[in-house]
Every structure is written in C-alpha cells, then in structure tokens.
Design a protein around this ligand. Sequence first.
Ligand code: XMP
Length: 310
Amino acid sequence: MDCRKFVEEQIADIRQTVGDEKVINALSGGVDSSLVTVLGHRALGDRLKTVFVDSALMREGEPQRVVDIFASLDIPVELIDARQEFLSALAGLTDPEEKRQAVTDTFYAKVFSRLVKESGAKFLLHGTILTDIEETVAGIKRQHNILAQLGIDPQAAYGYSVIEPLKTLRKDGVREVCKFLELPAEITRRIPFPGPALATRIVGEVTPQRLETVRTATAIVEEELADSGAFQYLAVLLNDYATGIRDNKREFGQIIVVRCIESTDARTATATELPWDKLNKISERITQINGVNRCLYDLTPKPPATVEYV
Ligand code: XMP
C-alpha cells in the first residue's frame, strides 16, 4: 500500500466533507481510533474535538494512560465520565446481544448524542475498518461501531453524520499507516481491544464487582504475555462456579478463561502454543484473585469460536 497517498487522500477527503463544520470523535486508544484521531487532527486541527469515554468497561489505568499518550502528541483528549450510565444500562442483562446493544445505545444514543449537541459538531469521525463491516454484514458479530452498513441512518437516529476514513483497510493496513506516521509503539503495537471493552469478556451480568475481577485478570494476562508476540491475549470471566479449596475450606469459586491467539486479521485464529511454565505462572496469579479458584486455557480456534466470549 502507498501509505503517503492514503494519508493525503484521507486528509483531503475529511476536509472536503467537513467544510467549515465541527467534528467530534471518540478515542479508545486502540490502533483504529488512534489513527483516525491523528488523521482527523492533521486535517482539521482544533475543529476536531476528541473525547475518551470512560464507560467503566476499560482496562486498569487505561483512560488516563490514553489521554497522556495523546497529550505527548499535542492532541488534547477530553475524558468523559459515563461510568454510571453504562453500568445502569448493563444492569440485569445476561444475553450477549442485548449487552452489546446496551453498550451501543448508551454510547451513541445517550453519551454521544449529548456530546455532539454540546459541542455543536455535525460529524462523527469513526475508526471503522473493513473487517468490522464484513463481519457485521455477514452476521458473524454485531460490531458496535457499525451503523450505516446495518441500515441505521446516524443522521436520523442520532443527529450526526459519520465519516469513516479507514473503511477500506484491514488491521495490517492500519498498522502500516500508523508506522508510516511514526505513531508511538505503545499505540501501533497495542493488541486489539473491542469497542464494548470488558463487557465482551464477562459472560452473564456485568456488575462493578465482576468488572473488577476481569480487569485484574486482564492486567495479569497482559503483563505475562506482553512478550509473547501473540496477536491478542485476554481474560474472560465465566458465569459458572466450581468447587475449590482455599485455606483448607471448600469454596464455590469463579472461573477465569485465558485466551491467547495467533492471527493476522482476527477473521481466523488459532490458540498460541504457550510454554507450560508460562501457563502455570498465569494460573497461579489468576487464582490469587479474590473469589477465583480456577483458571482455564482456551484451545479453540476461530472458527468455530470467536475471539471474544460475548
Ligand atoms: P470476534 O470475537 O468477533 O473478534 O472473533 C474479532 C476481533 O474483533 C475484536 N472485536 C471488536 N472490536 N468492536 C471492536 O472494535 C467490537 O464490537 C468487537 N467485537 C470483537 C476482537 O477483540 C477481535 O480482535
């Protein structure tokens, strides 16, 4: 791919589409939304307002870390605390599609609609990539950032138009452009993390306590596997319990699944052959989390499994 040409074309396109209007975008810190943020700021400067929505579903320390990385690139990012809105929307839900829908609705219809109104923006800049569109249209997964391709008119539904500069690229193309733009390695090498965040890694109800458990497990897995070279690694909290023994007492504890995969674009994947020592170490640390007494390693390829559990 000719990265220079891609960047120039997208910047020109954004400028032409937007005219003199204001634009808003939500940064998650993932490689897609990071690239769109940088392209948008190159095209529009301070006519683009970038926000990071703290949905309560992010990883340990993630909101502030993302704001700090972009501050070092001279891109101001406003942190929006929407934790209570997301937690309320998810309370009581266990069906995976209903949970995804609740995150989508809270994000776009509530939080974003409000931010757009407050900022006077007419456009939303979005990091949708080709794989998101293909998988959603094929019904493989309901990607929460797909609107128009599912027949949802964002202008009618939410009051803004959507610009998607990355919709012709797959993940490897996005990384290539990031490298060309010399974005920090912490962004370009960041492992994929889904829009609905830790809600995709909690089977059953999302509660503050269950979020805390999966967040701690995620931090352990990410720390232990940072050097694994794998495409993606994650922790999942199951909705099941198993008997265990702690302090000589039987307890009915929670179960964490560790997933680590090899893939090029997440459309297909196989489990990484991790060294036994590493798996043992992870299991040892994870079962020290309060209330967790089992740790499983998922060997299932995609297909038939997906990467995430929700
Ligand atoms: P699945 O679970 O569908 O995931 O096999 C494939 C890849 O996509 C990520 N993923 C998402 N990314 N919004 C995103 O931006 C989403 O709703 C979403 N769901 C899954 C997942 O982490 C994996 O890399």
